[in-house]
Ligand binder design. Structure first.
Ligand SMILES: C[S@@+](CC[C@H](N)C(=O)[O-])C[C@H]1O[C@@H](n2cnc3c(N)ncnc32)[C@H](O)[C@@H]1O
Length: 257
C-alpha cells in the first residue's frame, strides 16, 4: 500500500498523489480511486446528447482522477467534482504522521514501516491494545497545530470549467442544476444499506434539473454500470453495461414513489 504521507511532498507527481489519497478511509468508505476506471461507461455517456451548456455533477469522486475521462470527453459548460471527505489535517510528531478528519478525529497514523487505521473492531490481539494506545496518544489537531491538506488532485485545477467542492450525496445540491449526475464506486452494498441507498438515489433524482441522466458505476472489479434517463414522469434504463450497477433495480423501483 502507498504511504499516505506521500501526499505531503512538494511537486507531487499526480499518480503518486492519487495512490496516497487512496490509502485513506473515512468511516466505512475508502478513498480508493484511479484513472480510466470506467471506460465503457464514458463511451456510453458520449452517446448522450448533452448540450454545450450542460452541467455535470460527479459525486463521491475522491481526488477526481477517475473523473478526468468524463471531463475530457463529454460536452458541458460546468463540471462539479465533489466528495464528502475533501481534506485531512496532518501533524508530524515523534517520527509518525497523524492524519485527522474534518471533526479533528485521528483516522490514520503512518510511519516508514506501518499504517494504522483507527479500527479497533478489525484489530486482533495483541494489536488491539497497541492500536488503542497509538490513537489515544495522538496529538490534538487544532487550527494552530494541524496543517490541512486538500485531497483533490492538483491536475483538476487546470480546467477552468471544473470546480472541486465538498458535497454530501445524501444532501440537496445547491449549485447549478445538473443535467447529468455520475456516482462511481460509491453507491454499493459494501458501503451502504438498501435504506441508505434508496435515500441517496432519491436525493440524486431530486437534484436533477427536471429531465436529466444518472450514471451509476461499479468498477471495483469488472466494470458494471447503469445509465438512466430521468423525467418527472418516469425513470428509464437506457444503458446497462455488464449486467448493470448493483443498485440498478433499486433505482428502477423508485419510479413508483
Ligand atoms: C471508492 S471512492 C470512489 C472514487 C471515484 N468515484 C472512483 O470511481 O474512483 C468513494 C468516495 O466516496 C466518498 N464518499 C463517501 N461517503 C460520501 C458521501 N456521503 N457523499 C459524498 N461522497 C462520499 C469517499 O470519500 C470516497 O472518496
Amino acid at each position: 500500500m502507498e504511504d499516505p504521507a506521500d501526499l505531503l511532498g512538494p511537486n507531487l507527481a499526480d499518480s503518486k498523489f492519487t495512490r496516497a489519497v487512496s490509502a485513506f478511509k473515512f468511516g466505512s468508505t475508502f478513498k480508493t480511486t484511479k484513472r480510466a476506471r470506467f471506460p465503457l461507461t464514458i463511451k456510453a455517456l458520449q452517446d448522450i446528447d448533452l448540450a454545450s451548456d450542460a452541467v455535470v455533477l460527479d459525486v463521491g469522486a475522491s481526488d477526481g482522477v477517475a473523473s478526468l475521462d468524463a471531463i475530457n470527453s463529454l460536452r458541458y459548460s460546468d463540471y462539479f467534482v465533489t466528495d464528502l471527505n475533501t481534506k485531512v489535517g496532518h501533524i508530524f510528531h515523534a517520527e509518525k504522521h497523524y492524519f485527522y478528519d474534518s471533526n479533528n478525529h485521528c483516522i490514520l497514523i503512518s510511519s516508514p514501516r506501518f499504517i494504522w487505521y483507527n479500527e479497533l473492531s478489525s484489530a486482533v490481539w495483541p494489536f488491539t491494545k497497541l492500536t488503542n494506545n497509538t490513537f489515544t496518544s495522538a496529538p490534538d489537531c487544532q487550527q494552530t497545530t494541524c496543517r490541512y491538506v486538500s485531497l483533490f488532485n492538483p491536475e483538476l485545477t487546470k480546467n477552468p470549467n471544473v470546480t472541486v467542492q465538498n458535497h454530501n450525496l445524501f444532501e440537496p445540491w445547491y449549485g447549478p442544476k445538473p443535467n447529468l449526475i455520475i456516482a462511481a464506486n460509491i453507491l454499493n452494498r459494501s458501503y451502504f444499506s438498501d435504506i441508505e441507498l434508496n435515500n441517496a438515489i432519491d436525493q440524486l433524482i431530486q437534484n436533477l434539473a427536471g429531465d436529466g441522466y444518472i450514471a451509476i458505476v461499479d468498477s471495483r472489479e469488472t466494470e458494471r454500470s447503469s445509465i438512466f434517463a430521468v423525467t418527472t414522469k418516469k425513470i428509464e434504463l437506457i444503458k446497462s453495461i455488464n449486467g448493470g450497477a448493483e443498485t440498478q433495480s433499486l433505482v428502477l423501483s423508485r419510479q413508483q414513489n
